[in-house]
Design a protein around this ligand. Structure first.
Ligand SMILES: Cc1ncc(COP(=O)(O)O)c(C=O)c1O
Length: 444
């Protein structure tokens, strides 16, 4: 077992000044490792241990850590004297917007923010302003950020959320304290892949928006069943709600423009982040012009406030331009390469007898006999303890999978076939060790 003495010391000191010692509580994980460096597909911790990274900081690193072309673009931007001016527009933000609208065919115009949570917040506000309605539909097992409308019903224990309901809705199960009870009445969590429940909610409440990841990627990889996204589009048109795809994880990882362009289903609004700038903090909201124009409506009673000191900061803006340019080169060769690496990983895992869900470069191993269709399916069938034991063993052998069951893995352009083959070997060993440890534990 690796030991993490320096990491433990850093965490102990940080706890004196930071609650919990970590700046995003989602990053708190066992083993507690303080990382010091990342380059390409690799990470090094403060102890000097090397890892092949499949966590990718919750998915942004599509080109790999500290990609040379992105770093060069950032250096050039700073050398040119670009700064955060905070007054008027810039040619640089215009260039990014133009690139964005070019590659995302259903986006007429776009605005840039800093984080995915800001983008989902603004999307819901636009939907409410456009429809004059307040209720929103979200997915059990989806994650859309930390604000009041969406901080609910992620990996809710079945004992808390109750048995499967269809058609119908689940009760709002907050993942944060401090959400007003009245506010939660406006949010309706339902199953993913369940069109009947969307209709059920729409027939009972004035629904402004349905917000969903097109693939649930915060509980692994839960793909839409054939016809599901098309069905959402039809229901949005029938009931007049705004269909919002949260492409913060799927966007630019699976295709330029996101999963919507692969699926051929166009939402009214979509939000992006993560892979858009290969790990630099920028997010986007884009969509139909009449919705986006609410940010500048001449009618003040309809105008949606969009403001942010750091919006389209030159550093992440340069990173986004460089990332999109790389991903678009040679007619999207990057995606073909990522898919080939993903396929190699998937085939290797299947030959170990595992259930694998994969979309391009993102994959998840499930310890159940089929790929899940929604949270209840997953929560009722997946062996969570075994999953976490395997992850722990892999980390010990130099392959970093985030050590929380069902968290998806992301391959980057910096990974090589040799990295994939090494990882398959490590996972094979880790699975055997995980079974051995479980047998030891049950014999005690
Ligand atoms: C699908 C999805 N939406 C929104 C968010 C929130 O993004 P951020 O953490 O940048 O606020 C996340 C973050 O993991 C996400 O995965």
């Amino acid at each position: 077992m690796r030991t993490y003495t320096r990491s433990a010391e850093i965490l102990r000191r940080n706890r004196e000044f930071i609650p919990g010692g970590v700046v995003s509580v989602n990053r708190a994980a066992q083993p507690e490792i303080a990382f010091a460096r990342g380059k390409g597909a690799y990470l090094w911790d403060e102890e000097g241990n090397q890892y092949i990274d499949f966590h990718a900081a919750f998915a942004p690193h599509i080109l790999g850590h500290n990609d040379d072309s992105v770093n060069a673009a950032i250096t050039q931007t700073l050398t040119e004297g670009r700064s955060l001016f905070g007054s008027g527009t810039t040619a640089q933000e215009g260039l990014l917007a133009e690139l964005f609208c070019h590659y995302v065919p259903f986006v007429d115009s776009v605005q840039f923010l800093n984080t995915g949570s800001e983008a989902t917040y603004q999307a819901l506000r636009v939907a409410r302003a456009a429809t004059g309605r307040s209720h929103v539909v979200v997915m059990q097992g989806g994650y859309n950020g930390w604000h009041n409308d969406v901080a609910c019903n992620l990996m809710t224990p079945l004992a808390q959320v109750g048995p499967r309901v269809s058609p119908g809705e689940y009760r709002f199960c907050p993942i944060s304290a401090g959400i007003p009870q009245e506010h939660s009445q406006l949010v309706h969590p339902i199953n993913f892949n369940d069109l009947d429940s969307v209709r059920w909610v729409c027939e009972r409440y004035p629904v402004a928006a349905l917000l969903t990841e097109p693939i649930l990627q915060n509980i692994g990889i839960v793909q839409p069943l054939p016809g599901y996204l098309e069905g959402l589009r039809k229901l949005a048109d029938e009931f007049g709600f705004v269909l919002i795809f949260d492409e913060v994880k799927t966007g630019f990882r699976h295709a330029l423009g996101g999963y919507a362009t692969l699926a051929g289903v166009h939402p009214d609004l979509a939000v992006y982040g993560k892979a858009l700038a290969n790990g630099h903090p920028i997010s986007a909201i884009g969509g139909r012009r009449e919705l986006m124009d609410l940010f500048v409506s001449p009618d003040a009673s309809k105008r949606v406030l969009l403001a942010g000191t750091y919006n389209a900061h030159p550093v992440p803006t340069a990173a986004a331009i460089a990332t999109i340019t790389r991903l678009a080169a040679d007619g999207g060769a990057a995606y073909r390469h990522l898919d080939a690496l993903g396929e190699r990983m998937e085939n290797g895992l299947r030959s170990l007898g595992l259930t694998v869900a994969r979309q391009g470069s993102a994959f998840c191993i499930y310890f159940m006999d089929h790929k899940p269709v929604d949270w209840h399916d997953l929560a009722g069938n997946h062996d969570f303890a075994h999953d976490e034991r395997m992850r722990r063993e892999a980390i010990d052998r130099g392959v970093y999978l985030f050590p929380l069951a069902t968290k998806q893995c992301s391959i980057s352009l910096a990974h090589t076939e040799a990295d994939i083959d090494f990882t398959l070997d490590v996972l094979d060993q880790s699975l055997r060790a995980a079974v051995g440890n479980a047998e030891l534990a049950s014999a005690r």
